[in-house]
Design a binder for this molecule. Structure first.
Ligand code: GDG
Length: 474
């Protein structure tokens, strides 16, 4: 019966037919020619736009002058619209308001917020510059699909420019509790701007409830339940808010696994074939909880130092947002802890820990996930976390590995059959590694079947379908 249900869930779904075009807006676009970016957003959006006469609008990656026009580039079915943003404005918007204020606050790390005068003005300016361009190309039936915390106020700017079609937002990161959101001096301005969206998708049911509560409280509005989520009436507008958990495309991971292992990955997996292998794959971001994960691994080794010869933990942690001070600090902490583990437990020719602070290509990552006995996905806060789903999708159903998953990853709302841990509890995470090592094959298979059910139900094509249905209903 389970197998039948999984087969049914694995059928591809066709997204609803839209009357107009789909215009996506995100800070970064990923053009096929420029190679894949390591972010989770890129791949998902390309899938959505293919076939919907899609346009994808975002920053060009260049600075140039303010007031520049969109540069159009066509790749296959997708037209990219790229905008230059002047360097100082970009820095204040991106490293500044987006990544030194919104990112830490939305991940409930108020102590890491760094406000600089002028940053919110630059954020507003960049949203206005995108609104100018999108308003110039949008036709009445087009659906505008805005992505993430960089563009919380874009819909309002579009309405001011006369756009009255459907505008939706998908927030990829968590939405914080009201008491934390309220600390923002711009809280009311942002809530008023969010009210200009027709529909807002978030990763989890918890985020949907928090966002609805926050909008109703700050905007003195009313909440009702509606269409699998909430309807909030505030600032004279009605906004629909619902959880649309994002996922991965298992076929894409299987396709990577059908390709040969890159030589370096092949050598690693052969060398470690008779050891317990653990893997972590995260941008080196303080939200991902890498330091405590290393502390837990150290605790696990310390409990029995002979484990150093029979265990290896590989952490892939490409550097990210290096212009923001908090990222330099977490990098130093990770490097210090890794050095301490290697110094204590490493030998002359082998070490129980590898740390790579550069990206690994997708095929290599897929083979590392498939070849590892345990995945450590232990963020302190995370919208969803695609690595959790990619790890499960990469496993051999007959002999699957074990997912250790933080209760604070959005993924944990549905992936309840992972080994759920609290990333603040170092001892508990060390015990989870031990439990993973000892877990019998039967239990691993049972957990895998349940987790793979979640991966199939939240596959990217289903996520897109769910988002499109909301646009049509909006
Ligand atoms: C945001 C939210 C949400 C990582 N390192 C390498 C690499 N990756 C890939 C992973 C995964 C993606 O990047 C990261 O996605 P995550 O979901 O784990 O995290 P964020 O980048 O923070 O993404 C998050 C997501 O948006 C989608 O909505 O889930 O919560 O924070 O696919 O495999 N890929 C390659 N080399 C690397 O070194 N090739």
């Amino acid at each position: 019966l389970d197998q039948a249900r999984m087969d049914k869930a694995a059928q591809p779904v066709a997204p609803p037919v839209l009357e107009g075009r789909l215009i996506a807006v995100s800070n970064r676009v990923s053009r096929p020619a420029k190679g894949a970016s390591p972010g989770g957003l890129a791949q998902a959006l390309s899938e959505a736009l293919r076939g919907a006469q899609g346009m994808w609008i975002g920053w060009s990656g260049d600075h140039g002058e303010s007031g520049a026009e969109l540069e159009l580039e066509k790749h296959g079915d997708i037209t990219f619209g790229l905008l230059d943003i002047e360097a100082t404005t970009f820095h204040r918007y991106y490293e500044g308001y987006a990544n030194s204020v919104l990112w830490p606050l939305f991940h409930s790390r108020a102590e890491l917020v760094e406000r600089t005068t002028g940053d919110f003005a630059a954020y507003t300016e960049v949203n206005a510059a995108f609104a100018d361009q999108v308003a110039a190309i949008a036709q009445p039936n087009d659906i505008i699909w805005v992505h993430d915390y960089h563009f919380l106020i874009l819909a309002e700017a579009l309405r001011e420019r006369g756009v009255d079609g459907t505008i939706g937002l998908f927030l990829h990161i968590p939405f914080p509790p009201l008491e934390i959101f309220r600390r923002l001096p711009e809280a009311r301005t942002i809530v008023r701007a969010l009210a200009a969206y027709d529909t807002i998708g978030v990763q989890t049911r918890r985020d949907a409830a928090r966002l609805a509560e926050c909008m109703a409280a700050i905007g003195e509005g009313a909440i009702r339940t509606a269409r699998g989520g909430f309807r909030v009436d505030t600032f004279g507008e009605t906004v629909h808010i619902a959880a649309k958990p994002i996922g991965t495309q298992p076929e894409e991971i299987r396709a990577s696994l059908a390709k040969p292992r890159p030589p370096e990955v092949d050598a690693y997996l052969r060398m470690t074939a008779d050891r317990l292998t653990l893997i972590g794959v995260d941008r080196l971001d303080y939200s991902k909880g890498i330091p405590n994960r290393l502390r837990a691994f150290e605790r696990y080794l310390r409990a029995d130092p002979s484990r150093a010869a029979t265990t290896i933990f590989t952490q892939i942690a490409p550097l990210t947002r290096e212009g923001v001070a908090a990222y330099g600090a977490v990098r130093q902490e990770v490097e210090r802890l890794a050095g301490r583990i290697i110094g204590q437990f490493g030998g002359f020719a082998a070490s129980p820990l590898s740390l790579l602070t550069r990206p690994v290509d997708r095929v290599g990552v897929a083979h590392l996930l498939a070849g590892s006995d345990v995945a450590m996905v232990t963020p302190l806060a995370d919208g969803m976390n695609l690595v959790a789903k990619e790890y499960v999708a990469a496993q051999d159903p007959n002999d699957p590995g074990v997912l250790i998953l933080s209760r604070y990853a959005g993924a944990a709302e549905d992936m309840t059959d992972a080994l759920i841990v609290d990333p603040a509890d170092i001892e508990g995470m060390a015990r989870a590694i031990e439990a993973a090592r000892l877990m019998p094959k039967g239990e691993r298979r049972e957990r895998y079947r349940s987790l793979m059910g979640v991966v199939e139900r939240t596959r990217i094509d289903r996520w897109i379908d769910a988002c499109m249905k909301d646009f049509v209903a909006a």
